[in-house]
Design a protein around this ligand. Structure first.
Ligand code: 5AD
Ligand code: SF4
Length: 488
């Protein structure tokens, strides 16, 4: 068994709202001198890596950065875990079942590690930012070689060296509130769409959510850095960027000498020659009129807004510390729909928040009916240790919560289908992403409103914007025919 060296001074303290809310005093450092140490530049030649990613787009993009760093060291990607020399789990802490899956995987890989002792098995992302998780890995999964947190990705070459040579479990999780590291290498998922971070962290402290603790304080990348990255992607031929942040509407609020917000950023990105610009995730609280005005200009700013509501009941929203009421959310939706014709709205909803009554849940159903979301990610509330909601009394049985989820999903699907049906016979603009995952004779792409469309076509259409006539509608997908010679 590997001997463990643990430097407890680097460890995260358990989530603590009072402490975390004191954040913001320390200045954010922008680090621009990322480099791979000389002795690590070639270390991966002839070796392979595999990253398994859980959770949100932020994690997906972090995995692209991790892949970029590993490939700079000479490692090549593989999908075969028996072949891989490095296996990394980039984890999510937002709900318990996401964590359980990772623990299950770590248990499963014990055997592989035994037959292949040189394998480096690592855990990164949001889970290591929780002290309880690190302790559990140390105690029960001693075959793990490397644990690092969300603030330590740029340290990977150094941590990997320790893991390779010292043969001890290497743990590095900084509890600090986070810096901004520029110029990290990235391996993007494809040449068509790209993620671009505009800010990191979250200061909203919704009472159920672990993210403000795992991702640190809100800190925005400088506009010139974001704009340079988007311009560079446009030059490389990318067709779409998605601007990423836990709460993109808070962009710029942390700038000290600069009066520049998310609306200003979008207004500048609008002028860059990239066909489509998306962003996620928005918080209703910070979604102001100035932003709506900029979005209404259209162009490359597409008609889709993901606007998590979480609940349709003002009392529950208050207990969630969302800082808006049902009425305020509905008023915001009204303004958005008025300013942006044809806008698609999607949302996140939690059912079974501690103490949620049937009546309060009915308010969520009625809000969904009123807004007519194009889609929704729905979740049963999962208590996260250390968050205020985890301390709240909860008298709603799990069975009841699951039943609410089913009823909500049925309604969400019914409305999504109705909205998709309305597109039948219409011609929509589709950005072709690649071959359909389920049928190799079909291509898949998305409308400006982010709806998935499958249609027959050949590889040469990937990366193109095409007019597609919708012929068939389901709740989650559309089928159609491209109005060009399809090549098949
Ligand atoms: N339980 C259930 N769902 C949660 N989310 C965040 N925290 C929790 C939790 N403790 C959901 C919210 C958020 C989405 C990313 O995950 O709906 O918007
Ligand atoms: Fe979590 Fe709320 Fe921040 Fe979203 S806004 S990441 S739900 S604390």
């Amino acid at each position: 068994m590997a001997q463990m060296t643990i430097d407890f001074s680097r460890f995260f303290v358990p989530p603590n709202l009072k402490e975390a809310k004191k954040r913001g005093k320390e200045a954010v450092n922008v680090i621009r001198d990322f480099d791979i140490p000389e002795d690590m530049k070639d270390i991966g030649r002839g070796h392979t890596y595999l990253i398994r990613t859980y959770g949100c787009q932020m994690n997906v993009h972090d995995s692209e950065t991790i892949a970029g760093i590993l490939e700079r060291m000479g490692y090549a990607p593989t999908e075969d875990e028996r072949e891989a020399d490095i296996i990394l789990y980039n984890t999510c802490a937002v709900r318990e079942n996401a964590e359980d899956k990772v623990f299950g995987e770590l248990g499963r890989l014990k055997g592989l590690k035994r037959t292949k002792p040189d394998l480096i098995l690592g855990v990164c992302g949001c889970m290591p930012q929780e002290e309880a998780v690190v302790n559990r890995i140390l105690q029960r999964y001693p075959h793990v070689d490397l644990i690092f947190g969300t603030h330590n990705i740029h340290r990977l070459p150094v941590l990997l060296r320790e893991a390779l040579y010292a043969k001890e479990m290497v743990v590095e999780v900084w509890s600090k509130e986070g810096d901004i590291v520029e110029n990290l290498p990235k391996v993007r998922q494809d040449g068509v769409r790209a993620w671009v971070n505009i800010m990191y962290g979250c200061d909203k402290f919704c009472t159920y959510c672990i993210v403000p603790y795992t991702r640190g304080k809100e800190r925005s990348r400088l506009p010139q850095d974001v704009l340079a990255e988007v311009r560079d992607l446009a030059r490389q031929g990318y067709m779409e960027v998605t601007l990423l942040g836990q709460n993109v509407n808070a962009y710029g609020k942390d700038f000290v000498d600069l009066d520049y917000d998310f609306a200003d950023l979008l207004d500048d990105i609008r002028k860059i020659g990239i066909p489509r610009v998306r962003f996620t995730t928005s918080h209703p609280r910070d979604f102001d009129d100035k932003l709506i005005e900029v979005l209404a200009k259209g162009g490359n700013l597409v008609e889709h807004i993901h606007l998590p509501v979480q609940s349709g009941n003002s009392e529950i929203l208050k207990k969630m510390a969302r800082k808006y009421t049902r009425e305020q959310y509905l008023e915001l939706v009204r303004k958005i729909k008025e300013a942006i014709p044809g806008v698609a709205l999607t949302t996140d909803i939690i059912v079974g928040f501690p103490g949620e009554t049937e009546e309060q849940f009915q308010d969520t159903l009625s809000l969904v009916r009123e807004v007519e979301f194009d889609g929704a990610y729905t979740f049963v509330y999962s208590p996260r240790p250390g968050t205020p909601a985890a301390e709240m009394e909860d008298n709603v049985p799990l069975e009841e919560k699951k039943d609410r989820l089913h009823r909500l999903n049925a309604l969400v699907n019914e409305i999504a289908l109705k909205k998709n049906e309305a597109l039948r016979g219409q011609v929509v603009e589709v950005l072709v992403e690649g071959r359909s995952k389920t049928n190799p004779n079909m291509l898949s792409g998305r409308t400006r409103t982010n709806k998935l469309v499958h249609f027959p076509g050949g590889e040469e259409l990937v990366g193109k914007l095409l007019p597609v006539k919708i012929t068939e509608a389901h709740a989650h997908t559309l089928y159609g025919e491209a109005l060009v010679a399809s090549g098949v």
